[in-house]
Design a protein around this ligand. Structure first.
Ligand SMILES: Cc1ncc(COP(=O)(O)O)c(C=O)c1O
Length: 406
């Protein structure tokens, strides 16, 4: 990834032998480069944000404060606050129709810790992970840190970044250990239909391959569609890990509460690992999570309705913009349009930022096959979206993008 960044943005990377070689697997996130550059500029319009722009619902905040004031500042049990485990169990049984118990759940410090535990506890030399690309930038480095192999499965804007299950089935080989799924996806906003998830799970079960499913955007479904959680599509928890969090659905990413659901055996092992990483998740944050699951959830519908309105407009604006090939994302709050083949999305994103003050995220942040793309987030107001495109579209008209071929 480093070569994609112009020299003036290169951070001083230390070659100090102090560091374990595993840390070389950690790239400098492209998103940070853009945000750092933007922070030195005035009048920037961000289409780069990866978190909801809505306030956390009041009853969740009230419960967080109540927990603090009631002295809920000690460690919880290592698997999580019992009340939260029960609320999560009830919630998932109702949503997916699947029987689980509290022993199938581990509460973590956001989905990030859940991903860290799941991937670093299983990745090892000789184990290959199939990862649809573009994808959330944490997956590949966490797999590679412990010597696991990443096999990217590319998806493309011209079919809305949908995954053909046959692509996965054909890629399963002797070394394949696991398949990573993320629907709705960051960065594409793509939602996999139930047939796709079921076809992948059936083949994975048959071939003895694990499925790790990152479902943090599971409520950000913009067309009222059915949601195919892996938990509701599989009979076999031994081979699956479902990861999610409160961050996106309840607009509370800073409270850092997530979880993993899997077989009791897997949870037992991950619980032991969790004691050696963060021990327990934030206690008042877990109480806030209980309030999120048991209280009024109408804020989710309001948030989704607003994302739908913005998505509809962003799809029109991308269609009208020269050089961008869009599609209609149906989940999360992102679109990932491609630029012409061979275009350098990073160089163009930097030039766009310098010339117009519009900040998007370069495609190579999310995978090797997507250098000619940008992630556009519409987790910002309609006014900001209109302003961004009012600057970007005339700017694109003036570019000769084939002239930026690497
Ligand atoms: C796909 C995906 N997974 C996981 C995370 C991490 O979420 P959390 O805030 O729960 O750690 C994010 C955050 O942006 C995400 O987009």
């Amino acid at each position: 990834m480093a070569e994609a960044i112009p020299s003036k943005l290169n951070f001083n990377e230390s070659e100090d032998p102090l560091w374990h070689p595993a840390l070389r697997a950690l790239p400098i996130p492209g998103i940070r480069h853009m945000v750092n550059l933007a922070s030195e500029m005035d009048d920037v319009v961000h289409l780069s944000l990866g978190q909801p722009d809505f306030p956390t619902p009041k009853h969740i905040i009230d419960e967080h404060i109540r927990a603090l004031q009631a002295g809920q500042t000690a460690y919880t049990l290592d698997a999580g606050l019992p009340e939260l485990l029960t609320a999560l169990k009830n919630y998932y049984m109702e949503r997916t129709g699947r029987e689980i118990t509290e022993d199938n759940i581990l509460v973590t410090t956001g989905a990030t810790e859940a991903l860290y535990l799941a991937l670093t506890a299983t990745a090892a030399p000789g184990r290959q992970f199939l990862v649809p690309e573009p994808c959330f930038p944490l997956y590949a480095p966490l797999i590679r840190m412990n010597g696991g192999e990443v096999r990217p499965i590319p998806t493309y804007a011209d079919n809305g970044h949908q995954l053909d299950p046959q692509q996965i089935i054909d890629a399963i080989g002797m070394r394949t250990f696991a398949i990573l799924l993320n629907s709705p996806s960051n960065p594409t906003g793509t939602v996999y239909p139930r047939e796709t998830v079921e076809a992948i799970l059936t083949e994975a079960a048959y071939r003895g391959v694990k499925v790790i499913s990152d479902e943090v955007y599971d409520h950000m479904l913009l067309d009222g569609q059915d949601y195919a959680s892996v938990l509701g599509c599989t009979a076999d928890l031994d081979h699956t890990m479902v990861i999610s969090s409160f961050s996106k659905t309840y607009s509370m990413p800073g409270l850092r509460i997530g979880w993993i659901i899997s077989s009791q055996g897997t949870i037992k092992m991950l619980r032991r690992y969790h004691v050696f990483t963060t021990t327990v998740a934030n206690t008042p944050g877990q109480w806030a999570g209980v309030a999120a699951l048991t209280g009024d959830r109408s804020s989710i519908d309001d948030m989704v309705a607003e994302y739908r309105r913005r998505r509809d407009r962003v799809v029109e604006l991308v269609d009208e913009a020269p050089y961008l090939e869009g599609y209609r994302p149906t989940g999360a709050f992102y679109i990932f349009p491609s630029l012409p083949k061979g275009a350098d999305g990073t160089a163009l994103a930097i030039k766009l930022l310098e010339d117009t003050g519009v900040c998007v995220v370069p495609g190579d942040t999310f995978g090797e096959h997507t250098r000619n793309a940008w992630r556009i987030s519409y987790s910002t107001s309609m006014e900001q979206i209109e302003e961004a495109f009012a600057r970007m579209t005339p700017w694109l008209k003036k570019q000769n993008i084939t002239g930026v071929v690497r």
